[in-house]
Ligand binder design. Structure first.
Ligand code: CP
Ligand code: NVA
Length: 304
């Protein structure tokens, strides 16, 4: 793997290697072990959109492993005054060892990678969120002991997180059902690609039907970053797609609930579900840190 721009930059073995490494790094952190796996390595983090988890987990991941991370807000860079992406990519390639970018348009990250001589990591785009999905898979494996024979139900917007989950499910053989309002389905090209990979991916319009026998229910905000002007319309369109206790009753008794956060309680998910014993949302959030470390080591580390 040269870059991590789409989760499909990884095959099954690549994903499993990252998850195994993330598990190991998690246990090393719990034991208080200190590493210098990324000593003298620097990561530039470019954010065109806000972030709590991605920013902090990448920064702590670098410092935990003896490296250094630089937070670069889009508007504080010359990028914000129109410097071309290709020049920024070429210049940063001379200073740091990897770049993580959160961008409005997926194309921005692809273009950056075309001119970069160092690894580029997608820290979320309108199309995908691969780093999130690695933490999600790690969490599912922790709770279910396996990634095979899992049924995952996505309820809500067919957004960036949903797109990456569809690809990952196809790569790993997870049975995935997505339930979205008509017109808010995941990206067509992604669904086609997933099917060409042999994925067991099904659209079911009714959330109640979609969660039947689900081991995992996953939801995310109805209005993603950059879609704020559609918020009022989306609140109406998505009203039947809330993850609440009544919906959970139709799933397996030991169903786990995932949400990448930030959440809007009372919209896509209720406070009761977030606080319930089915919710593993904060473990999922924590796992961003361990997964981030594994991604960085695979791209710029030398750990065995
Ligand atoms: N889940 C996630 O990517 O969160 P942030 O937007 O806070 O980084
Ligand atoms: N779908 C959300 C995810 C945030 C982490 C967004 O793009 O805003």
């Amino acid at each position: 793997m040269k870059h991590l721009i789409s989760i499909s930059d990884l095959d099954r073995d690549g994903i499993e290697e990252i998850l195994d490494l993330a598990d190991r790094l998690k246990s090393e952190r719990y034991k208080g072990m200190v590493s210098e796996y990324l000593k003298n390595k620097s990561l530039a983090m470019i954010f065109e959109l806000p972030s709590t988890r991605t920013r902090v987990s990448f920064e702590v991941a670098m410092s935990d492993m003896g490296g250094h991370a630089l937070y670069l807000g889009w508007k504080d860079l010359q990028l914000g005054r129109g410097e071309p992406i290709k020049d920024t990519a070429r210049v940063l390639s001379r200073y740091v060892h990897a770049v993580m970018i959160r961008a409005r348009n997926h194309r921005t990250i692809e273009e950056f990678a075309e001119y970069s001589t160092i690894p580029v990591i997608n820290g979320l785009s309108n199309l995908e969120h691969p780093c999130q999905i690695l933490a999600d898979l790690m969490t599912i494996r922790e709770y279910k002991g396996t990634l095979s024979k899992i049924k995952l139900a996505w309820v809500g917007d067919g957004n960036n997180v949903c797109n990456s989950l569809i690809l990952a499910s196809s790569i790993l053989g997870i049975k995935m059902v997505y339930s979205t309002p008509p017109g808010y389905e995941p990206d067509t090209n992604i669904v086609e690609k997933a099917k060409s990979l042999g994925g067991d991916i099904t659209y079911i319009r009714e959330p109640e039907e979609a969660v039947n026998e689900a081991d995992v229910i996953y939801t995310d905000v109805w209005t993603s970053m950059g879609q704020e002007e559609e918020r009022e319309k989306r609140l109406k369109v998505f009203s039947e797609y809330q993850v609440n206790m009544r919906l959970l009753e139709g799933a397996n008794e030991d169903v786990i609930v995932l949400h990448c956060l930030p959440a809007h309680r009372g919209e896509e998910i209720t406070d009761e579900v977030i606080e319930s014993s089915n919710s593993v949302i904060y473990d999922q959030s924590e796992n961003r840190l361990h997964a981030q470390k594994a991604i960085l080591l695979k791209l710029i580390g030398e750990v065995e």
